[in-house]
Design a protein around this ligand. Structure first.
Ligand code: CCH
Length: 295
């Protein structure tokens, strides 16, 4: 049970459980703010919101049951200062007014709901969602080093995502998120977008991986690839590992050919990712789906 402020759920104050309609209101507020703040970067906070939700979830360790999106411990040092989380303050700050507007939702539910909203508003698949995350204090911060290191290879990808409990197919499906957003020299040190439409989710990431010619970029920054035709797109060493590894490559080829298959597998894998380590009271059947602003 959650304390809803008077009026926020169309009811008088009291201890009542928020309904799907209440969560849809939160979704709508995030979506509206996304469209209002199109001055950010390529025109949308969507990519950085998705990355916040992923980095909150991707700390999960299946063996110890620690980490994951329950807790929203990235609000605190040391987790906020982990190298992998550089720049995610932009996403947390973006969501702060929404949290003020809907004080009954936990930060941890809000961050993940915002990730769902980002995917859907960027024309991606529907991501079923359920509430139940509770905020925790900084003693629950995870140690540094649980998120992937972009300079590494397929063994590292398997070690990191295997620790969360994912299989090869899911690892490739999740990586399609790199159709969105860009790298920033002042955050990761890397530079540039993966696709020509970084605020619309498509299977272009896979198509470009396979169809473009890639070579090392000649610059002073960390080792990354650039497309040899336009020199405006990039791939990380971990991205290129998906076509160097024959098993990963099979899935890259599948998703490059079939956007529907990508959307379905991406949605399934993201639902799992976003629920890692959350002690839900509700059942999987109780997941809700949100309407986009357009719908
Ligand atoms: Fe990622 N990612 N990611 N990523 N990522 C970066 C940016 C985004 C890795 C490294 C990086 C996933 C998997 C991996 C997004 C979503 C996902 C950046 C640039 C690096 C580096 C950060 C910067 O400079 O701002 C590595 C390594 C892996 C796996 O091996 C997965 C999984 C997801 C989501 C499902 C999104 C979105 C971005 C763009 C963020 C932005 O601000 O534009």
């Amino acid at each position: 049970e959650v304390h809803l402020k008077s009026g926020s759920a169309g009811q008088s104050a009291g201890l009542i459980t928020p309904t799907p309609a209440d969560y849809q209101k939160v979704y709508d507020a995030v979506a509206k703010a996304l469209w209002e703040h199109d001055e950010y970067e390529d025109g949308s906070y969507g990519p950085v919101l998705l990355r916040l939700a992923w980095h909150a979830s991707g700390t999960y360790d299946a063996e110890t049951g620690t980490g994951g999106s329950n807790g929203a411990t990235m609000r605190f040092s040391p987790e906020a200062d982990h190298g992998a989380n550089a720049g995610l303050k932009n996403a947390r700050d973006f969501l702060e007014p929404i949290k003020q507007q809907f004080p009954w939702i936990s930060y941890s539910d809000l961050w993940i709901l915002a990730g769902v909203c980002a995917v859907q508003e960027m024309q991606g698949p529907t991501i079923p969602w359920r509430p139940g995350r509770q905020d925790r204090d900084l003693s629950f911060c995870t140690p540094d080093g649980r998120l992937p290191d972009a300079s590494k290879d397929q063994n590292h990808i398997r070690a990191i995502f295997g620790r969360m409990g994912f299989n090869d197919q899911e690892m490739v499906a999740l990586s399609g998120a790199h159709a969105l957003g860009r790298c920033h020299t002042d955050r990761s040190g890397y530079d540039g977008p993966w696709t020509f439409s970084p605020t619309v989710l498509t299977n272009d990431y896979y198509r470009l991986l396979l169809e473009e010619k890639w070579g090392w970029r000649k610059w002073n920054g960390p080792k990354q690839y650039e497309d040899l035709k336009t020199h405006s797109l990039m791939m990380l060493p971990t991205d290129m590992a998906l076509i160097k590894d024959p098993i990963f490559k099979k899935y890259v080829e599948k998703y490059a050919k079939d956007n529907d298959a990508f959307f379905k597998d991406f949605s399934d894998a993201v639902v799992r990712l976003f629920e890692l380590g959350v002690p839900f009271q509700s059942k999987a059947e109780d997941r809700m789906t949100f309407k986009t602003l357009e719908q």
